[in-house]
Write a protein that binds this ligand. Structure first.
Ligand code: GLU
Length: 291
């Protein structure tokens, strides 16, 4: 039987310094690739033009090399790929699954409050679909008048096209995608020309990623990614969502916890071996990070 060729990726967003949670994600991707004699790629997810910071990217490369993490092949940098994402957006527009939305954040919050809906824990506010029914003529007029707008994915149309396809999660088994479960997500807006959801799907396909390993906070986002893969006819990777590191109080470690950044641990005199040992200990103790 031919060996399955496995390609994983580590895809950090350098909007803050790399921290121990990133290290866990990187190791999971590297280990899964190594177990199968495959490849582990590095992709820099720096599409948030407001958060772009070359010094932060430099620090990330420095931290990765100090930790001794190695990746295969060329590094993909999302901020160099806006033309690719623009083409995919155009394709989606032609397929009739994108619509312009003129609602401001404040308006959306008011609409949701009126409907008595609360934000989702990890995916935020679920748009109630107000602009979905705007006539194309009126929408075109408002765009021509220079009104700011976002492009949303019409999930009902998506579901009509692809139904509810499945994907496989290594820990949780076969999952059924519910395209409409999280509302019509934004795929682009003026100051944010391509969203995480769009780029991650396009790039996992382009990089030939067969296994997506990432934190369980992104488990729900896979519904959106699977839906996009269906509409765009892209291959569907296997997913593996791992547990997250938490502090003593059980709170998830976040970028703002500067003390757990690799750079600050390095400055405090810890070696890569110390950090790996602490990570292994944390994993044995249910993910509680103690330094
Ligand atoms: N860029 C994301 C992050 O740093 C990870 C996205 C993914 O693995 O799909 O949280």
């Amino acid at each position: 039987m031919a060996a399955v060729s496995v390609t994983t990726r580590f895809a950090p967003s350098p909007s803050g310094p790399l921290h121990v949670g990133h290290l866990l994600a990187a190791l999971r991707a590297r280990q899964l690739a190594d177990w199968h004699g495959g490849h582990c790629l590095l992709r820099v997810e720096d599409i948030d033009v407001r958060a772009q910071n070359p010094a932060m990217s430099e620090l990330m490369y420095e931290d990765l090399s100090w930790l001794g993490l190695r990746f295969d092949g060329a590094v993909m940098v999302q901020s160099r790929r806006f033309a690719v994402y623009a083409d995919v957006l155009e394709r989606l527009r032609r397929l009739g699954v994108l619509y312009p939305c003129f609602c401001t954040r404040t308006e959306i919050k008011a609409q949701l409050a009126e409907l008595g809906r609360a934000p989702h824990a990890t995916l935020g506010y679920q748009y109630p679909g107000t602009c979905r029914s705007l006539s194309p003529e009126l929408a075109a007029e408002r765009i021509a008048a220079g009104e700011p707008h976002a492009w949303r994915l019409d999930m009902q149309r998506v579901q009509d096209m692809i139904g509810c396809p499945s994907w496989h999660d290594l820990h949780r088994g076969t999952q059924r995608c519910e395209p409409t479960a999280f509302g019509d997500v934004v795929l682009a807006r003026k100051e944010f020309p391509a969203s995480y959801h769009l780029c991650v799907v396009v790039d996992d396909a382009e990089q030939g990623v067969t296994h997506v390993t990432r934190g369980e906070d992104l488990f729900e986002a896979t519904h959106i990614h699977r839906a996009l893969q269906g509409v765009l006819g892209l291959p569907v990777p296997t997913y593996c969502h791992h547990g997250l590191l938490r502090d003593n109080a059980g709170k998830r470690l976040a970028k703002r916890d500067g003390a757990r950044s690799i750079a600050s641990l390095r400055a405090a005199g810890y070696t890569p071996a110390d950090i790996l040992q602490s990570l292994n200990r944390a994993l044995e103790e249910g993910g509680i990070w103690r330094i």
